[in-house]
Ligand binder design. Structure first.
Ligand code: FES
Length: 72
């Protein structure tokens, strides 16, 4: 029987917070890897991951999600 550990030694305390109309805030000892498995983002305790697609520093949020689109 397979089981998924829910607590105990070695479990990392990582939380992911979904910001309305904004990034995913990842707090804790998460490792962010590129597609080749290389770590990116350094050792920051909190990182904001873009989910709007407008950032110029992907995969991280640069606050571009706050810019409103102009109506033409
Ligand atoms: S969520 Fe902030 S730039 Fe995309």
């Amino acid at each position: 029987m397979n089981s998924i550990p829910t607590s105990g030694a070695g479990e990392s305390d990582v939380t992911i917070t979904v910001c309305p109309d904004g990034p995913l805030l990842v707090r804790g000892a998460a490792r962010i890897l590129d597609t080749e498995g290389n770590p990116i983002g350094g050792d920051r305790a909190t990182v904001a991951l873009c989910r709007c697609g407008r950032t110029s520093i992907a995969p991280f949020c640069d606050s571009s999600h706050k810019k409103r689109r102009r109506r033409t």
